[in-house]
Design a protein around this ligand. Structure first.
Ligand code: ADP
Ligand code: MG
Length: 685
């Protein structure tokens, strides 16, 4: 159970006075639902303002808090022109207060003619005039003290003012309990880190050491949880798996394994034969044939009378993997079942029964396969496809499944630096599939300005007329599935106007069965042009598709573009990828797109991408729930992760049950960062 001292931190924000349902909705958009989330919503910057009595003391480009009185208004000549309040300070200096958009009402209310106001904002020079655009605060002189001279600047959402959020955060910090130190004392001393609660307020005031400490806390909790998983697994031993090859021998593959596939399979066999659980990361470029390697490992488990699970990042992929495996296993006595959020009622029941009694040998699915209700008779191996979406939390869930901890094979097309692997997964062994199957023709990639869209569509017409299939990927509009879907719908409508019923559409907001039907139609060729959002990003395999158009390519990460491009070039036909870009893009974007044109080498692309964007992509989207870390930046991960691992290790060496004073404090850290499944393991083992 969670220590009582932490309860206030896990209280809902709505329990606070003044946070009603509407405010709660706004906060939720920022991922804030509980008090702890407010504490960890760190500012991106800081406004500093100087209190001055006249504009004579104003520094251009700097924040100021200054008394001003409105003398007159000036509306613009057009509706879109700014609204201007001409105001004067007590010394008679003039400044214009400028409002853009439909803010006239707000401006008039804030500045009644002739009434003195205290105004906070940045003073700029416009021609030979001083101006303040959209002041941060305007109050009556009696309330002057309510304006702070320094204010953190927070990531916001529309409808939520920075000052309001800053107040909430400040209150939350004030109410936070003092927590005992969980970091090794000598480390705290050498780094000059403040204690936890002090670090909170200092971090919000922009102090680097304090922020670093909070990031470290997060990494430390993650490493501690991973080590607990490791120890719990290690203590319980793994189950040695060595298949007799009877099923593998009966596979009839239309091709020979590549050398890299054979080597990798041998590495995996070697691991699984050990009496401790395998923890191996398989890195292989798009199209390098990871699925087959996974199948071989799964068959080994089945040959031993055990079961395997294959976890896919999306439902589309889970379905596809299930089909692929079933196709390859035709005629073999191996039962493959599918379980995603969509299998419900009877279907789900019968899968659960088959897993429990062992008649199902291989389960393919999404995260649903780890739900509490899912019990395996004898789970010996878990394969995780595209592992960066499989975080620490899932690992913990997995560790709690079954009596014997299963072997784990994680697969990724994106090479991941060692420190990031360590951060997200703990120590892992690595295999590389560094060889593509023979006969692949590299995808011919071109970068084209969207101004030439009509030509692109004409080219597409020729492509479709010749009986080939194509993808059209629509831009990421915002970080919102709805906006993406709308853009895709609009594009599909335009293309349908020209190409009629041969056009299909898939996007994230569609219902599962609808989406399946479209994917199926594209696979069989009833549909020859598939308009899609990035739901097709990973793994979709339709070898007949040989043209890919990606709109607003400059908005995608390189690794993501490479994944998307990997959907073509899978069949015999020469394939092409057209990257449409905005008419004018930055130098950086130009360079990135040029690299896509230049190389098909996923490892090189990933390296460059990492240089250009940092590791954020690999660690998940910060705002979304599946991010590995919410506080630590990729740079901090890189710098602090090994220390965090050593610190956590040392603590567990001294106090394996986390019973001592520091051990108890460390339990708080696990709860605070929601790694408390690690605490559960302590009780069990
Ligand atoms: P990825 O590594 O991207 O997951 P897949 O496992 O989907 O790649 O394999 C891509 C394609 O290559 C599939 O159509 C698969 O059947 C094929 N393939 C896999 N191994 C070989 C091989 N050794 N020779 C020829 N084709 C292969
Ligand atoms: Mg794959």
């Amino acid at each position: 159970m969670r220590p009582i001292i932490l309860n206030p931190l896990f209280a809902e924000v709505t329990a606070r006075r003044g946070v009603g349902p509407q405010m709660a909705r706004l906060l939720e958009r920022l991922g804030i639902t509980r008090m702890r989330d407010l504490l960890f919503h760190l500012p991106t910057g800081r406004i500093e303002r100087r209190r001055i009595s006249s504009l004579d003391d104003a520094a251009v480009g700097q924040g100021a808090i200054v008394p001003l009185t409105a003398q007159s208004y000036r509306s613009g000549s057009s509706a879109r022109a700014p609204f201007r309040v001409d105001a004067f300070d007590p010394a008679g200096n003039h400044a214009a207060i400028v409002y853009f958009g439909r803010a006239q009402g707000m401006a008039r209310k804030a500045f009644p003619i002739g009434e003195p106001r205290i105004v906070a904002g940045r003073v700029d020079r416009y021609g030979d005039m001083l101006q303040i655009v959209h002041p941060d605060h305007v109050v009556a002189p009696a309330e002057a003290a309510s304006i702070r001279e320094a204010e953190p600047v927070y990531p916001l959402t529309e409808g939520l003012a920075n000052s309001r959020l800053a107040t909430l955060v400040a209150e939350a910090i004030g109410d936070a309990p003092d927590l005992a130190e969980w970091i090794e004392p000598s480390l705290v001393a050498t780094r000059g880190w403040p204690a936890w609660k002090a670090a909170l307020s200092a971090a919000h005031d922009g102090h680097a050491a304090a922020r670093e400490r909070l990031a470290y806390d997060e990494l430390f909790a993650g490493q501690l949880a991973l080590l607990l998983v490791r120890r719990a697994s290690g203590a319980r031993k793994g189950r040695p798996i060595a298949g007799d090859g009877s099923l593998r021998a009966r596979l009839s593959l239309p091709f020979a394994l590549t050398g890299a596939q054979r080597r990798t399979i041998a590495e995996i066999d070697g691991d699984m034969a050990q009496p401790r659980p395998m923890l191996r990361l398989l890195q292989g470029d798009v199209g390098s044939g990871k699925t087959l390697v996974a199948l071989m490992a799964l068959l080994s488990a089945v040959e031993c009378g055990a079961q395997g699970a294959f976890l896919a990042p999306t439902e589309i992929l889970a379905r596809q993997h299930c089909e692929t495996l079933r196709r390859m296993l035709v005629g073999l006595p191996v039962e493959v079942a599918l379980l995603t959020g969509r299998e419900k009622g009877r279907v789900r029941e019968s899968v659960l029964m088959g897993l429990a009694d062992g008649t199902i040998h291989i389960l393919v699915g999404t995260h649903a396969i780890f739900q509490e209700a899912v019990n395996y008779r004898d789970l010996a191996l878990v394969v995780v496809d595209e592992q960066h979406k499989f975080g620490v939390a899932q690992r913990l869930m997995l560790a709690q499944k079954g009596r014997v901890p299963p072997h784990l094979l994680a697969m990724t097309a994106t090479p991941i630096p060692r420190t990031l692997v360590l951060a997200a997964h703990g120590e892992m062994d690595e295999s590389r599939l560094d060889e593509l199957p023979p006969g692949r023709t590299p995808v011919d990639t071109r970068v084209i300005s969207v101004e030439r869209l009509p030509e692109v569509v004409d080219g597409l017409a020729r492509h479709l007329e010749s009986g080939q299939r194509a993808y059209w990927v629509c831009p990421l509009v915002e970080e919102s599935a709805n906006a993406d879907s709308a853009a895709a719908e609009e594009r599909a409508a335009l293309l349908k106007a020209r190409f009629g019923t041969s056009v299909g559409l898939v996007h994230g907001r569609m219902k599962g069965p609808e989406r399946d039907a479209v994917m199926e139609a594209f696979k069989t060729g009833t549909i020859s042009l598939l308009v899609a959002t990035t739901v097709i990003e990973v793994g979709v395999d339709v070898p007949e598709a040989s043209l890919m158009v990606i709109e607003n390519a400059e908005r995608f990460g390189l690794a993501q573009l490479h994944q998307l491009r990997g959907r073509v070039g899978r069949g015999a036909a020469a394939s092409r990828c057209l990257l449409l870009r905005a008419p004018s893009v930055s130098e950086n974007a130009r360079a990135r797109l040029a690299l896509m044109r230049e190389t098909n080498d996923g490892f090189r692309i990933a390296e460059e991408d990492l240089k250009l964007r940092g590791g954020g992509e690999l660690l998940g989207t910060r705002q979304s729930g599946d991010a590995a870390f919410h506080i630590a930046t990729p740079e901090q991960v890189e710098r602090l992760i090994e220390t965090a691992r050593d610190d956590a290790r040392l603590l567990l060496d001294r106090d394996g049950g986390l019973e001592g004073e520091r051990g108890q404090a460390a339990r708080n850290a696990l709860y605070l960062f929601e790694r408390d499944a690690g605490v559960a393991l302590l009780r069990g083992g």
